[in-house]
Design a protein around this ligand. Structure first.
Ligand code: C2E
Ligand code: MG
Ligand code: MG
Length: 715
């Protein structure tokens, strides 16, 4: 109940935003009010001076000063001070305060005059009310002088000054209204000035209802009390008539109602704006915050890094960009699940943030974080973090990898700097126990190549620099070619022949890989059409797909369209997906693969056995051909375990109704072994390295390579 009454009276506690809103609204209103007052008072002063000369009233000069001029000057001074203060606040221009001496001059004139009047005060000739006026005007004048002095000497805007200006201005306005109306009433005229000033002050400014009520009631009360001590000049009646009192009461109540409704309207608007403001700041907060970890995101990092690098005061020699990668994080996810993986990421994010307090820290993506910090002491922090992460690794071997790049004097491009730090970080991946690498000259060439690849993939495709090479797959049954693997090569005019090892990962990292894979699909289909049109044989080709192909484009749609365009039967096109792409279960990949199979394409599992959860992949997905990773053959001659492992994999493949294929066959001995254990197919340098189509077909023509009878007549 109590709070409701307080609220109703406007005395409840307001937020800073609402208080500031009221304040600014009043400052704006003060501008209009003070301009009106200034113009009016100057006009009144001119008019009065003209009247003195026109009506030869020079002998009554001091009397006129007392009755009119001193009040005009005081109100003018208050108006000028209000205008200058509000204008300085709203425009932010500090020089405006230099107008204060004008206020001081006007107020001093008023004060000097009032002091003179007080000094020669004689109760026999001057009424008590008049004497009170001298004192009030003197006090207001002194207050104005003091306030002007403070405002003049203070370059900062302070709210208490603004409120004082507003109160003194309102007071002078109301007092002016009373004095002038009192004069008018004594002459038998209307009390319009008082009413106008009441309206002016109460309705143009926003007052809390209780304050508005107090100001209105007290001023009406004082005014009518003063009038009641007067005798109307023309009628001779003492005090106010009943009708004047009723009119006064009506004015009082209507002004009060207006004051309250004005307050409520402004309050509603302030609350609405405050909500909007809150929402905005919430939105802008989440726009710079990483959703998962709560630390800053890259939008914030880029903007702040650019600012920092732009400052002349930043010591660039001592600044370093760090790129962090948690190696093996994928395995952690696999072992403990996504939820636990996320928890760990959040923990790591805060570990980094705490370690690099005061520096710029953001999450880049996945398990990658970036920091812009001082070089001094960075190394110790990285080492400490590396230890902290080991403490949290559980049963998975996690390793913190950090690449660093020190920007040179002129650099302001944070993206390029981060790219370099990231590049340095990637260069130590899989280097056991090497947690840190500084970007240096030795990395520069490789980095330039990377930049070249990212920037030139479109150009390379358009100009035919991307070429498909074919590597035969041989059937162990008859030693003939039963398939070809399409492998991309980049024949660059500047760099020469680039193997996929130097561009596939980069294109994946920059999400451009689908362009290359589409280009290879097109070339393979075109090659098929060429051979078929010439009536020559062709064998099924397996295409390597990146898992990103399914995200970045409709690769299945593209494959089907292109096959239709070149009229390639579906059983001539197979799709290889590498095992590492499938380790985390993702519905969209499973669905995409289902669509592929149901569209009539065979799916091969590439590099089987290269990862940690090969068997899980077999459980979760359906394949037609299993490509056993070449690493099984590496120790073939010396490692006795290799043989039983391979034997078991081949027999597992049979149980799961899949065709087995071993890659990387380099010796006859390996081939014989595979044949003996029942591996269906083999691929490797023993038969041929990947070669351009023309070379492959001319070797077939020369009889060096044989095509399986089932395909030798096809076309
Ligand atoms: P992959 O699909 O496992 O391809 C087999 C790789 O092993 C090829 O390397 C091939 O040249 C090599 N290889 C074949 N036989 C032997 C052998 O007897 N001994 C040795 N030491 N190596 C052998 P390449 O052509 O450098 O390709 C590397 C990887 O790049 C491929 O591995 C594949 O994952 C990827 N790749 C190649 N072309 C494409 C493509 O068009 N698209 C996509 N997405 N990836 C591709
Ligand atoms: Mg492959
Ligand atoms: Mg492979």
């Amino acid at each position: 109940m109590g709070t409701r009454i307080l609220k109703w009276l406007g005395l409840d506690k307001k937020s800073k935003y609402v208080r500031d809103y009221f304040y600014t609204t009043n400052m704006k209103a003060s501008i209009y009010m003070s301009i009106i007052v200034i113009v009016l008072e100057i006009w009144m002063i001119i008019r009065m001076t003209k009247t003195i000369f026109r009506d030869h009233l020079q002998d009554q000069f001091w009397h006129i000063v007392e009755k009119y001029y001193s009040n005009y000057f005081l109100l003018l001074a208050a108006g000028v001070l209000t205008l200058l203060f509000a204008a300085r606040h709203l425009t932010g221009k500090k020089w405006i305060r230099w107008i204060s001496p004008l206020v001081i001059a006007l107020s001093t004139a008023v004060c000097v005059f009032e002091i003179w009047m007080i000094s020669k005060y004689d109760p026999a000739t001057v009424t008590r009310t008049h004497f009170n006026n001298y004192v009030i005007n003197l006090c207001a004048g002194i207050f104005l002088i003091a306030l002007s002095g403070v405002i003049l000497s203070d370059t900062k805007h302070r709210k208490w000054q603004g409120l004082s200006v507003m109160y003194v201005f309102s007071f002078v306005c109301l007092n002016f209204g009373m004095i002038i109306s009192e004069n008018s009433y004594a002459k038998g005229e209307q009390i319009l000035t008082f009413l106008t000033m009441e309206l002016f002050v109460i309705c143009l400014l926003i007052w809390r209802p209780a304050v508005g009520f107090a100001v209105l009631t007290v001023s009406y009360h004082i005014f009518f009390h003063r009038l009641n001590g007067l005798i109307a000049f023309n009628t001779g009646t003492v005090g106010t008539t009943e009708s004047t009192q009723i009119n006064g009461f009506t004015m009082w109540i209507s002004t009060l109602i207006f004051c309250i409704s004005n307050y409520n309207r402004t309050l509603q608007q302030a609350l609405k704006d405050e909500n909007l403001e809150k929402m905005n700041s919430h939105l802008s907060k989440i726009s710079v915050e990483d959703e998962l970890t709560g630390i800053h995101n890259m939008v914030h990092f880029r903007a702040e890094a650019e600012k920092l690098l732009g400052y002349v005061t930043t010591d660039k020699e001592d600044s370093v960009f760090l790129f962090f990668d948690i190696e093996n994080f994928k395995s952690y996810n696999e072992k403990y699940g996504f939820h636990a993986g996320n928890e760990l990421l959040i923990k790591i994010a805060h570990l980094i943030e705490d370690e690099f307090k005061g520096s710029l820290v953001s999450r880049f993506s996945d398990d990658h974080f970036v920091v812009l910090t001082r070089s001094t002491g960075a190394m110790e922090k990285i080492m400490k973090l590396s230890g902290d992460i080991k403490d949290n690794q559980g049963e998975v071997h996690l390793e913190l990898k950090c690449g660093a790049y020190q920007p040179s004097g002129e650099e302001t491009d944070s993206s390029l700097a981060l790219d370099r730090a990231r590049f340095a970080c990637n260069s130590i991946k899989k280097h056991f126990d090497r947690p840190f690498r500084m970007y240096d000259k030795s990395l520069e060439d490789k980095f330039q190549l990377k930049q070249y690849i990212v920037n030139n993939i479109d150009h390379a495709i358009e100009n035919g620099f991307i070429k498909v090479y074919y590597q035969p797959v041989v059937s162990t049954e008859n030693g003939c070619i039963c398939g070809l693997e399409a492998l991309a090569r980049w024949l660059d005019p500047n760099y020469g022949l680039l193997p996929p090892g130097s561009f596939i990962e980069i294109l994946e990292e920059y999400r451009q890989i689908h362009k290359l894979d589409q280009c290879i699909i097109e070339q393979v289909c075109r090659d098929y059409r060429g051979k078929a049109d010439a009536g020559e044989p062709f064998v099924p080709v397996s295409l390597n797909f990146s898992r990103l192909d399914f995200e970045l484009c409709d690769i299945v749609g593209y494959l089907t369209e292109t096959a239709e365009k070149y009229n390639v039967p579906k059983h001539y096109l197979d799709v290889e997906i590498t095992e590492s792409a499938l380790t985390d279960q993702q519905d969209f990949l499973q669905n995409a693969m289902k669509v592929l199979r149901s569209s009539g394409y065979k799916i091969w599992l590439d590099d089987f056995g290269s990862g940690y959860s090969s068997l899980n992949v077999l459980k979760d997905y359906q394949f037609d051909v299993l490509k056993i990773d070449m690493k099984f053959l590496h120790g073939f001659a010396n490692n006795q375990k290799t043989r039983p492992i391979l034997e078991n994999i081949v027999s597992l493949t049979k149980q799961l109704n899949m065709i087995s294929l071993t890659e990387g066959v380099e010796t006859k001995e390996q081939y014989e072994f595979l044949k003996n254990i029942g591996c269906d197919r083999a691929q490797g340098y023993l038969f041929s390295k990947p070669v351009p189509g023309e070379e492959l077909w001319s070797r077939v023509k020369r009889g060096e390579l044989k095509i399986s009878p089932e395909y030798s007549n096809a076309g």
